[in-house]
Design a protein around this ligand. Structure first.
Ligand code: ATP
Ligand code: MG
Length: 441
């Protein structure tokens, strides 16, 4: 507290944001809104409905849901005790556990399956770097109550439709199947046996996980261990007929829809809750933070969180990484400027002008009115207002000179080259003009 104190006469010290937590400011925020709009529209097309859960959840939800021996639970959670009642709480590191909690708490599966999506901030205490932050944002889709491979495939198709919509290229779909618990158990025993004979080649983390979570060792980023994990027993060789059939069906639906996939037998995902299909969308354009989206089936999570057993599958994408990729390939940048910039030479006409602007906006046109940024008298010179209008990126300037207003008119001036010059229009015709701009969009 003390370094925030301010004594009169002393300039207050600046307060900086928490490391790894970013402000999202204009003009960048326009990209965020553009992406969110696209997501909302697409989710509606696939009949996924929006869901909003709290950012803070009981710590036990994540420990039970994600698994004790996972990166997130072991070292990445922002956990704290509620000072007032001693409850153990955590800022959500991901949203699936919270969605499942809410689905169970509100008996949402009583009348069949549910297709849901969410967007929002997540928190993980990681080392901040490009594509990896402590507060980051995910958009996720979940289909709960559907056991069949068509739910897995639908979610993958939904994600690929989103990449198309956003203009993303070079995104690769990697698939794997983790099978069912009994199959994993047999593989686990074989894997532990294999690794136990080679403990001298394991790093410290792998040694620690050898008996608690050996599957995660396959996911290691340690280059010195690549050859070892490459040759390790593969889970896919332990899958029974039913698991393989589920996996084949997912692949067949993707094939029928022209979606290319690669099986990556080492894809295991970070959370314990997955079974059968797991997948990631990966790009080579973002360095080592190349996974933009990951997901899979989690048929046992609902039960683990205290609900009546029900199957489920879902994915989550990292918004920062997707936007980074869009920037990287300079795809589809949104237009952030308003349609028109209102120039008001005489300060005393402001009330009248603002009433006109309200009308224009109700016709669907976006208007930015000039306003002085330092106090003084009036709105500033015409020249300085025009300078601001030019810099705004707006397509048109609306000049509300006192003379024009007196005649019940306004001057419309095109600000971009080759879009015509300057015309005076009666005020009641401007609304019509604004409407035509809107319909031409
Ligand atoms: P990684 O292996 O990169 O740590 P993860 O397996 O922990 O990813 P998930 O928990 O599957 O990631 O989250 C889904 C997506 O959320 C990731 O594919 C990524 O795009 C994004 N994501 C995860 N952690 C971060 C983070 N700290 N900062 C930014 N985006 C993240
Ligand atoms: Mg991680």
């Amino acid at each position: 507290m003390s370094n925030l104190n301010n004594t009169p006469g002393n300039k207050a010290q600046k307060v900086a944001a928490v490391k790894g937590m970013n402000d999202i400011l204009p003009p960048d925020s326009a990209r965020w809104e553009w992406l969110e709009d696209k997501v909302r529209r697409l989710m509606a097309q696939y009949a996924y409905r929006n869901m909003r859960t709290p950012i803070v959840e009981p710590t036990a939800l994540f420990v039970r849901g994600l698994g004790e021996v996972t990166d997130i639970v072991e070292k990445e959670m922002y956990s704290f005790e509620d000072r007032l009642n001693g409850e153990q709480l955590t800022l959500r590191p991901e949203a699936t556990a919270g969605v499942v909690r809410a689905v169970v708490e509100h008996s949402m599966l009583y009348d069949g399956g549910k297709r849901l999506y969410y967007m929002g901030p997540m928190f993980r205490h990681e080392r901040p770097q490009r594509g990896r932050y402590r507060q980051f944002h995910q958009i996720g889709a979940e289909a709960l109550g559907f056991p069949g491979a068509e739910a897995d495939a639908e979610l993958i198709l939904l994600a690929t439709a989103l990449w198309r919509e956003l203009g993303l290229q070079d995104v690769r779909l990697e698939l794997n199947s983790l099978g069912q618990p009994a199959e994993r158990k047999a593989h686990r025993a074989a894997l532990i046996g294999y690794l136990e004979q080679r403990t001298d080649q394991l790093d410290e983390e792998a040694r620690r996980r050898l008996h608690s979570n050996p599957l995660r060792i396959l996911d290691t980023k340690n280059p010195g261990m690549q050859a070892l994990v490459e040759a390790a027993p593969k889970l896919i060789d332990f899958l029974g007929e039913e698991s393989l059939r589920h996996f084949d069906r997912v692949k067949a639906i993707l094939d029928a829809n022209g979606v290319a996939w690669w099986v990556n037998p080492r894809l295991v995902r970070g959370m314990d809750y997955y079974n059968l299909t797991v997948f990631e969308f990966v790009t080579d354009r973002l360095g080592s933070q190349g996974t933009i989206c990951g997901g899979g089936r989690y048929d046992y999570l609902i039960e683990q969180i205290g609900g009546k057993p029900a199957p489920a599958v879902g994915w989550a994408l990292g918004v920062e990484r997707v936007l980074e990729l869009i920037k990287e390939q300079e795809a589809s940048a949104p237009d952030v400027a308003a349609d028109a910039y209102a120039i008001v030479p005489e300060a005393d006409t402001v009330p009248q002008v603002m009433a006109v602007l309200q009308q224009l906006r109700s016709c669907g046109v976006s208007v930015q009115m000039h306003a002085p940024t330092t106090s003084g008298d009036g709105m500033g010179s015409m020249k300085s207002q025009f300078k601001k209008a030019d810099a705004s990126g707006c397509r048109y300037a609306l000049i509300f000179g006192a003379d024009e207003l007196g005649r019940g008119a306004v001057t419309v001036k095109a600000l971009r080259d080759g879009e015509g010059g300057q015309v005076e229009r009666p005020l009641d015709a401007v609304a019509q003009w604004a409407g035509s701009l809107q319909s031409a969009r």
